[in-house]
Design a protein around this ligand. Structure first.
Ligand SMILES: NC(=O)c1ccc[n+]([C@@H]2O[C@H](COP(=O)([O-])OP(=O)(O)OC[C@H]3O[C@@H](n4cnc5c(N)ncnc54)[C@H](O)[C@@H]3O)[C@@H](O)[C@H]2O)c1
Length: 374
């Protein structure tokens, strides 16, 4: 998206943030906002106002105004941007309200609860000329960035694999979701795979199932094989109910390339082994890749983008392709067929056109490519 010049917030004052959602992740965000010297928390909305007040008391900001919804808060508090940390089902409503009011949005993953809603939000960001960025916090992990540098020394990549095995008992929305692993968690790995390989997905075979001892209502285990645009394969295997020898929250990774292989356990620095006689070149230290970890990295990139008009990594028009991997995988596991990602995007686009109205619909109708313009 090319932001209009009136959308840039380029004063020297701290960026005024309205946060929506004060649950588990919302409280983590509050601490991050309050420790950033260039932003100011000016309001917190949550359907459960008592929860919002308790979160503010806990984080040492008891005087920040609260309300049930963004709509209730937005007219009473002067703000520059909105931070959406609500449940996935609310992302569309909250982001649409903010963009329509001319406020750029930083939203938690996933971009939206469905791919059609996601495309509608990408179009809304373009229609209203306001940035919508999704916080894919894994992209700011220094070891992931280092792993990508190692991959660049392996020549062509044949296979990239992810193993994710954890056994958390969350309670709440994840326990009731139809696809808790693929929809809520695998998005991190799928997005990281696009970042690591630097190419987009073409098609996927996926199998999901729910282990007999699972405490989740939906399928909590999955294996997906993605065919990527350069012919490489990205293979993801994971389970949410896998006690013992658990992997890192960042998963465990292996890349097999032309000149050698690289591995990363998700926590320690990654390592590389180059085949004898192969010229894998020297490791480079990209100056532009200064890393601030996790959501602090997302926040920093968002603030910079809102002030300068630069395009952040998680811009919705790009991030929608990571979400498309999720929905293509789910469709494949339902149909037990190979699913082409462009077909999934095309169907979602048709659905988005039916849902959307006004200038958002006009933008959707103007797209000539299945990949929305950035
Ligand atoms: N990046 C990460 O590592 C990471 C980790 C955990 C969660 N998340 C994401 O963060 C988001 C929130 O997750 P969570 O674990 O905090 O969930 P949660 O259920 O603990 O909290 C969500 C909060 O949103 C509020 N809410 C829902 N709809 C609302 C609306 N329309 N207006 C105002 N408030 C509303 C709820 O009352 C609740 O307090 C999800 O999208 C989740 O996927 C990301």
């Amino acid at each position: 998206m090319t932001p209009s010049s009136d959308s840039l917030v380029n004063t020297n004052l701290p960026l005024r943030v309205l946060q929506v959602g004060a649950g588990g992740m919302g409280r983590t965000w509050l601490r991050t906002l309050l420790s950033h010297d260039r932003v100011e928390l000016v309001g917190l909305a949550d359907l459960d106002v008592a929860r919002a007040k308790a979160a503010l008391d806990e984080t040492g900001a008891p005087d920040v105004p609260t309300a049930r919804t963004l709509e209730e808060l937005i007219d009473h508090v002067a703000a520059d941007v909105v931070l959406d940390v609500t449940v996935p089902e609310a992302h569309h409503t909250v982001t649409m309200q903010a963009l329509r009011r001319g406020l750029p949005v930083l939203g938690e993953k996933p971009l939206a609860a469905s791919l059609a809603e996601a495309l509608e939000l990408v179009a809304a960001s373009q229609a209203y000329g306001r940035l919508f960025m999704v916080s894919q916090s894994r992209r700011y992990d220094a070891n992931l960035v280092a792993f990508r540098r190692l991959l660049r020394r392996l020549g062509r990549i044949g296979i990239l694999t992810t193993q994710f095995f954890k056994a958390p008992r969350f309670g709440g929305f994840r326990d009731a979701m139809a696809h808790p692993l693929v929809l809520d968690m695998a998005i991190h790995s799928f997005d990281s795979a696009r970042y690591l390989l630097g190419v987009d997905p073409v098609a996927v075979y996926c199998d999901e199932h729910n282990p007999a001892w699972s405490w989740y209502a939906g399928d909590a285990a999955s294996t997906a094989i993605f065919e990527m645009a350069d012919g490489s394969r990205y293979v993801y295997t994971g389970s949410w109910c896998s006690p013992g020898l658990e992997t890192s929250w960042n998963a465990a990774w292996r890349a097999s390339g032309e000149y050698g292989s690289a591995v990363w356990d998700g926590d320690s620095p990654p390592t590389l082994e180059v085949a004898e006689g192969a010229d894998a070149g020297e490791e480079t230290d990209d100056a532009e890749e200064t890393v601030h970890p996790g959501i602090a990295g997302s926040l920093r990139e968002f603030v910079h983008a809102v002030r300068t008009g630069s395009t952040p990594m998680g811009e919705a028009a790009d991030n929608v392709l990571s979400l498309a991997m999720v929905h293509a995988a789910i469709e494949s596991s339902r149909s037990r067929q190979r699913v082409v990602v462009a077909d999934v995007l095309e169907r979602a686009h048709a659905e988005a056109l039916e849902r959307a109205t006004g200038e958002v619909r006009d933008v959707l109708a103007s797209w000539t490519s299945l990949t929305p313009p950035g």
